[in-house]
Design a protein. Sequence first.
Lengths: 300, 317
Amino acid sequence: MTRPASDSIAVAGTHSGKGPWMRAGQKLRRDYYGLAGLLIVLLYFFIALGVWLGFWGQDWSAAGGGQWESAGREHWLGTNRLGQDIFQRAVFSVRTAFEIGLVVAVLSTLIGAVLGAVAGYFSGRWIDELVLWLKGVLDAIPFYLFVAAIAFAFKGSAYAMHIAMISTFWTTTGRLVRGEVIKLKHQEFVEAAKAIGLDEMRIIFRHILPNTTHILLVQATIVFVSAIKSEVILSFLGLGVQDGVSWGLMIAESTQEVLVGQFYNFITASLFLFILVMGFNLFSDALQDALDPRSTGSRP
Amino acid sequence: MALLQYSLRKLFYGIPLILGVTFISFLLMVYYGPDRTFELLGKNPSAEQIEQVRHQLGYDRPFLLRYAGYLKELATLNFGFSDSTGERVGSILKRTVPITLALVLPGFVLGNLAGIVLALIAAWHRGRWLDKLIMGGSVIGMSISFLIVIIAFQVIFSTPYGFNWFPVRGWEVHDLASYSRYVTVPTLATVFVTLGYNTRFYRAVLVEEMSRDHVRTARAYGTPPAVLLYRNVLKNSMIPIITRVMFSIPLVVISGSLLIESYFGIPGVGKVTFDAITTGDQPILKAIVGLTAVLFVVILLLTDILYRAVHPRIDLK
């Protein structure tokens, strides 16, 4: 990584030891769209925390109203066909979305990091071939069929969707990490680690992998978005959330309602989903810009 | 001759991929999949009857033999009969694949073309308001779920709550007029959903190419923008463009059509796949997974040949 000349003078002057992370943070702070995105994500996370702790969204399944009531003081965003409160359901679904997004993002990033790093370090050897083959195979199975297959195999387990997403969403992360590790493994710090006789696994996971954190962070945000978007479609197809409520299930309910002119359920679930995905996309873009050593800090 | 040799070798290298895909899906869907023994039996079956049905279904054969049987089905393209309708799987596919192609092709072509055009505009005006407008639009487009777009477009274009111009669902196509009536809303939805992703991807590719020296030189010589964008930028960006277009084909045919067809009730491959998923119709699922894997390998090969066509310097070896 080369710094612009003026920058390095400033660093030398202040002895602040400005690392790439500090500079990324500074870049991020100037990126107002990215900050707005982060704010949206944090707000949703706060809502999800409240649902977890039982502060709100607990009455999502109670049929406390009549069929298709309009928005009002009693039911802020009206009720659905069964008289359930749409606002409560949408709020509870924030928790569902975060559960799916976090689990899938963390685990698939972890798998992608480990497999990508090992494949990259041993590139050209059998273990690399094996990982590339696995990635090719998983990419070649149609996703919905794969989810269905997992659901068959796990006898309709509530986690079939999670398992299917985790086992397919790591492939892009794995490919990017592998490429980066191939670049890194010829650098001097790796040579040095080898020269003092460090064990290969230690070199891969303690010395090389931490240098791909910028890829992992950005990928995790992208996978999070993919996971909650896939949940909606899978739940509509009947392959997604099995118990509880989610935006996907709400939209699936609403497909019958919109044809008779009842739009509250559809619009509420769609907006809740859209705003979170939008926030994540903005944040993810800003993160990518900030962490990309090549970028100059100005958004494209 | 060299091309033929190359193609055969490439197809040969595709075998591990096909084996992997078929093995994993066979293991999950058939071996650990639903047991159909008791569906076919009457009430209070005797042990012999159970044994007989299990034998009929092949459940008593060892795993590897059953898997080999699947591979043989794939190699001979004879997948037997559907569990739910009893129709030959081959004839189901022959009937439904053309419908799916007719359904997804316009959206696929328009979505990519419009994406390239918007990306060219954005890349040419890089950093200015038009670029920001287009890129802002694509982030918004990327953030809206496909399902939401489909539902919203159906309400807007096909119900009395909107314009009510097109049929709500179905596929009764006899001629061009009826075709355009049924294909328009799905196409609009597909274009809307893919446009954001496509524009972003193509813009990144084009911007990279535009920052190269040969483009700057051509600009300095006063090449008109249209010629510059076509000859110097677009033609040199064909490799990533081809890669993206080619590799999205299997996704569009199976995954893309699955949602659209099951929502609009269009009897294409996606609908057949969806019904097979919900009823656990294994002969159909096996056929679709196996053929998708073959399609993938063929696309890998075609992509390489296309690379060669646009970049003569690339060697086929």
